[in-house]
Design a protein around this ligand. Structure first.
Ligand SMILES: [Zn+2]
Length: 296
């Protein structure tokens, strides 16, 4: 009689419940790894110092390598991250939401020094939206009980934390725009069609836009701090170059992801910029009311 390839362990085995099944999800193991969830079978060497050290190095290298590789692909090849994602080439890059979050961390480190991103009570009292008159009358009413400087400090702290969570709303809104713009297009392999596919592109696009805006802000700040005239001119030249490169990048990304002609990309870019300005206005307004009404 031939020996069966798979032999269930004898009862009373120490490897419960079955040494050929995954300890995490119960699926069959293929050699050391689970075919479903990817977890390797636990072993006696897992808790050695050597295993800890190897895991530490491995994690750092894979996360660092992925961040660098993804940011490079994002900047150097407009739209390519989305094309790769839709084609199934994913494991080498950060996932779209991870990338968006990594870029947001960068943005919030540098952005407080950029005038266009200072959302403070003072800026709301001078610039719309919403109307500074409305802001002033609301604030007068609620700061009556406390003193104005304490209220301002509380407001500025709250607005700073709120904007970090509300910024994510840009992604579903842009995906909705793309879904509407391309709703009547026939389905075609590798081109976003479903809402979730447009969302991947929206996240990649926003990651780039935030990076570009962060770059503008950083260069603007650098130019005002530059110790010599030559350095000052140099940073301004870089700023202008980056500013001009941004729409060119967006055109190329749109053309690549949606397989558009130059004229079509220009039309979509116009819609994108208009929507974006509208979203910034809505974001700033929402941020004021979200901060105002949650301030106790
Ligand atoms: Zn498993």
């Amino acid at each position: 009689m031939a020996t069966p390839i798979y032999q269930p362990p004898a009862s009373g085995s120490t490897l419960a419940p079955d040494d050929r099944s995954c300890a995490n999800c119960g699926s069959r193991l293929v050699r050391r790894y689970c075919a479903d969830c990817g977890q390797p079978a636990p072993g006696p060497a897992d808790y050695s110092i050597r295993a800890h050290a190897a895991e530490f190095v491995d994690q750092l290298a894979s996360v660092d390598g992925k961040i660098g590789r993804t940011l490079w692909a994002l900047v150097a090849r407009p739209g390519a991250l989305t094309v790769d994602h839709l084609a199934g080439r994913r494991a080498r890059y950060l996932r779209p939401l991870q990338l968006f979050l990594v870029v947001n961390v960068l943005l919030f480190v540098i952005a407080p020094r950029v005038p266009m991103f200072t959302y403070s009570l003072r800026s709301y009292l001078t610039d719309a939206p919403p109307s500074p008159v409305v802001v002033a009358s609301l604030v007068r009413r609620s700061s009556a009980a406390t003193d104005m400087s304490a209220y301002t400090a509380a407001f500025d702290g709250r607005v700073e934390s709120q904007r970090k969570s509300l910024i994510i709303l840009f992604a579903p809104a842009l995906a909705l725009l793309f879904r509407a713009l391309f709703a009547r297009r026939t389905k075609c392999a590798g081109v976003p069609h479903r809402y979730g596919e447009h969302l991947v592109f929206a996240l990649h696009l926003l990651a780039f836009i935030w990076l570009a805006v962060t770059g503008w802000g950083a260069l603007g700040t650098l130019s005002s701090l530059a110790p010599t005239r030559t350095l000052n001119v140099l940073t301004i030249v870089l700023l202008v170059a980056l500013f001009a490169a941004t729409p060119i990048y967006l055109l190329r990304a749109l053309a690549r992801v949606y397989a558009l002609t130059r004229i079509q990309s220009l039309a979509v870019l116009a819609a994108l910029i208009t929507t974006f300005v509208g979203l910034v206005v809505a974001y700033r307004t929402l941020l004021f009311f979200a901060t105002y009404y949650t301030l106790t």
